[in-house]
Ligand binder design. Structure first.
Ligand SMILES: [Fe+2]
Length: 87
């Protein structure tokens, strides 16, 4: 297991990526939008627990406010993260 705390400023994109580890995102302040596979962008705030399956393409963007979040990689190799050219 690996975990960390991240902050994404307003108007930013954390580009599409995937990794062997399943991942849990826990926003603790602010709001952001997540996109999985080719699905729609879905907004989540501090009450959400967002689960990512192993190797599932995903991206995060913020609109007009920052988001602070805890991310937890539940298994897999933390070095295995790969950015994707598009989701
Ligand atoms: Fe991720």
């Amino acid at each position: 297991m690996a975990f960390g705390l991240g902050v994404i400023g307003p108007g930013c994109l954390y580009p599409a990526h995937r990794h062997p580890a399943a991942e849990l995102y826990l926003p603790i302040a602010g709001r952001a939008e997540w996109c999985y596979d080719k699905g729609p962008w879905v907004a989540h705030g501090a009450d959400a627990a967002i689960v990512t399956r192993p190797n599932q393409p995903h991206a995060i963007r913020t609109i007009d406010e920052a988001v602070a979040l805890l991310y937890v990689w539940l298994d897999g190799d933390p070095a295995g993260c790969r950015l994707l050219s598009k989701i």
